[in-house]
Design a protein around this ligand. Structure first.
Ligand code: GAP
Length: 457
């Protein structure tokens, strides 16, 4: 998978997948908007996650909680105390860097996740790591930089009105755990999942949509009894891989599993395995699976004074549930999908860019292309049939020569093109072209549904 990020980004911009945020004002650093096709693709991805992890999983239920929460939530969760990055400034050019990233970018095999600030400083000095902007070695000491965005609620701007934009959706689940369990009469084990925006004032955002300050997460918190003998960590690690490979078509050779060292674990986790994707700019975290134990429920129980224990209906014991959390960013997953799907192909008569998106993710499943103006009425009829009656999201394009129209559909990942010609009116047949093989077949209009189903199976 050797692709150049520049080319991919320029393709995604020109095809209407991703635009620079606030572009007409010169943009806003590291902010991206999703164009018409990106929005469709993102929605398809979120829908597939929700179907797999919530609707079709026998244990799980969904939630949609607020972005702005009572600030005590963040005290209890440890985010106010622990959620910060080691920051240093270059004294020569005043640029600001994350100490751990400065090291990891120079020593790519080194993971400094669990290092103390003093160890990071010592290593930077010893190895004479230079400032990426001005190439000098003259840094300040490390300071802690809080990652949560702070704002004020209401008209008074003082400490009493300070609120935060959530840095993870997970806490919304923990604080509504008891309500969800009680109202849905759930017994352990069960999970609560949600999809929503999270915000982190990252010091070093970048690599396109890989690390941004505003992003969406798809998180599941799975609750189970502490004495449950099933290995739920392995279960969710398998489920995540099942989703990746069998639902959205991420190839096994494109990702690896990495177990966190003890020193690297987040403050709430006793075990974390990351699924890392081989992005063109390096291997990077895609999906984290963490064992949060009863850390969060116990913290919220302590801070809120509310009883968050579960009464076991069989043993009559009361205890706090343990938690396994699979958590992934929508945009990061989208980037992995983009990187894997983007292909440049040489053809006998030129070349083409192909987005080899799986059928279930593609913004349009079918493009309806009349060969000439005279077939527009019949083509619109076929478009209505496929789009409305059969329910395959489709597009209609009558402009330009047919070769160019095929190229455009290849470039946005439409799996099938259907052309309507002079004979369609008399024989009720159309030509259907496969995006990947470019093979064409003539079939009857009333066989389109079974043809598409057959191709997919
Ligand atoms: N609730 C646990 C949690 O938030 P995390 O490892 O910090 O754990 C989970 O984040 C996932 O969210 C990551 O694996 C990544 O896919 C995504 N993510 C985190 N920070 C991100 C950022 N700044 N931009 C885009 N995605 C991000």
């Amino acid at each position: 998978m050797k692709i150049e990020m520049e080319k991919l980004i320029s393709h995604l911009k020109s095809m209407g997948f991703v635009f620079q945020g606030s572009e007409i004002y010169g943009g806003l650093a590291n902010s991206w908007d999703y164009g018409p096709l990106g929005a469709e693709l993102k929605n398809n991805l979120k829908q597939l996650w929700w179907d797999f992890f919530i609707k079709k999983n026998p244990y799980n239920i969904g939630l949609d909680s607020s972005i702005i929460m009572n600030p005590k939530v963040w005290e209890a969760s440890g985010h106010i105390g622990n959620f910060n990055d080691p920051l240093l400034d270059c004294k020569e050019c005043n640029s600001r860097w994350r100490a751990d990233k400065l090291i990891e970018e120079k020593f790519i095999d080194l993971n400094v996740g669990g290092w103390q600030d003093s160890e990071l400083e010592e290593f930077i000095n010893e190895k004479k790591i230079t400032c990426p902007k001005c190439n000098k070695t003259n840094f300040t000491n490390i300071r802690k930089f809080a990652l949560m965005f702070k704002t004020n609620q209401g008209v008074v701007e003082d400490a009493s009105s300070t609120v935060y934009l959530r840095p993870e959706t997970a806490q919304g689940i923990f604080v509504q755990y008891k309500n969800a369990q009680r109202t849905l009469r759930k017994q352990l084990p069960f999970g609560i999942g949600q999809i929503g925006k999270s915000f982190r004032n990252e010091i070093t955002p970048g690599n396109f949509i890989f690390r941004t300050r505003e992003f969406e997460q798809m998180e599941l918190e799975f609750f189970f009894a502490p004495n449950d003998t099933k290995d739920w960590f392995e279960y969710w690690l398998d489920q995540v891989q099942d989703f990746l490979t069998n639902v959205i078509g991420i190839k096994k050779e494109n990702y690896i599993l990495r177990e966190h060292d003890k020193e690297e674990l987040a403050h709430y986790s006793s075990r974390t395995v990351d699924i890392e994707f081989k992005f063109p700019f390096g291997v990077g975290e895609l999906w984290g699976i963490a064992n949060r134990g009863d850390f969060d429920l116990s913290q919220h129980q302590k801070t809120s004074g509310q009883d968050l224990t579960y009464l076991d209906p069989i043993t009559n014991e009361k205890y706090l549930a343990n938690v396994i959390e699979p958590s992934v960013g929508v945009e990061r997953l989208l980037l992995a999908i983009f990187c894997q799907s983007y292909k440049e192909e040489k053809l006998d008569n030129g070349e083409r860019i192909l987005m080899q998106l799986p059928f279930n993710l593609a913004p349009y499943k079918v493009a309806i292309l009349p060969l000439q103006k005279q077939q527009i009425d019949k083509s619109l009829e076929v478009y209505e049939l496929i789009n409305k009656t059969l329910g395959y999201s489709s597009t209609f394009d009558e402009k330009g020569n047919i070769g160019k129209r095929y190229r455009r559909q290849d470039a946005i990942g439409t799996p099938f093109c259907i052309t309507i010609d002079f004979e369609t009116n008399s024989d009720n047949c159309v030509t259907i072209r496969n995006r990947d093989t470019m093979e064409q077949e003539r079939i009857s209009i009333n066989k389109i549904d079974s043809y598409l189903k057959n191709q997919l199976s």
